[in-house]
Design a protein around this ligand. Sequence first.
Ligand SMILES: Cc1ncc(COP(=O)(O)O)c(C=O)c1O
Length: 313
Amino acid sequence: MPELRSWFAQQLGAERDDVLITPGGQGALSSVLRALAPAGSPVLVAVPCYPGAIALLRSAGLVPVPVPTDADGVRPELLERAFATTGARALYVQPTYANPDGQVLAPERRRPLLECAAAAGAFVVEDDYARWLGHGASAPPSLLRDDTEGRVITVNSLTKVAASSLRIGCVVARGPVLQRIAGLRMVDDLFVARPLQETAVEFVTGSGWSAHLRTLSTALRERTAALRTALARHLPQCSYLPPKGGFSLWLQLPRGSDGDEVTARALAEGVTVGSGRHHATAEDDTAHLRLVVSAIEAHHVDEAVQRLARAVG
Ligand SMILES: Cc1ncc(COP(=O)(O)O)c(C=O)c1O
């Protein structure tokens, strides 16, 4: 629907004609990554990574190559080296409130990242899944806004901000690559059901949208603060980078811990957490847990972390 394309274009700083509506972010990422690189090619991914991106790269026969991040996002010097050694023509990043660690690509790293990609002749896939999941401060602009060459392809989605079953998202791409992506989407599922698009337009342009964003942001801030307080109280031996947004926290377990085992013991205590292994490309990161606050209210967090502490031991 033109109204939905215009709305996404306005949110992301794009032209309406460069926006393709998709059934959420996952389907969008699948088409984008397949459109950029033939099976067998390497694709650089900032780690820790979203497991769904790793899984879809593998299912498309692409080879995820990890590039480490720190509190400021992906590290340009490592990126440059990774492009040079692998010859990769695509990079997958989450500059805003990355899953799983909630970090943001620092303003001073945006240009070096684009320069590295330009030098390698590579596309940058920006997974902008959490644009409206800030904890109060406004989100940084999409990486698209810094890109004058059509190098950045941005994927956005309403599923996190609205509801997981409102499976509406978009791809923004400039130039011939948009036609390749649109062609693949057509092969996969033709188009997104109009009633769902109409629901999305009604929701994001309705009078309740701004209030919804404020409520969401307050809940995420309060729950994350409760989680940090509880971690300081019950798990002081574990470290993490304070999330800048989003709904998850990436917890470093004490040396020698096995994330899979802790996850199983936590489940026996009635607490569900994610093992770090799923966010690594080599399936060797067993020293982290992903703690998610989207399904727990602030007043339950202390009890949950107390139980988790028993599982960590
Ligand atoms: C980083 C990231 N990207 C994309 C997606 C896919 O989201 P969607 O539900 O819009 O398909 C998710 C879902 O968890 C995610 O965490």
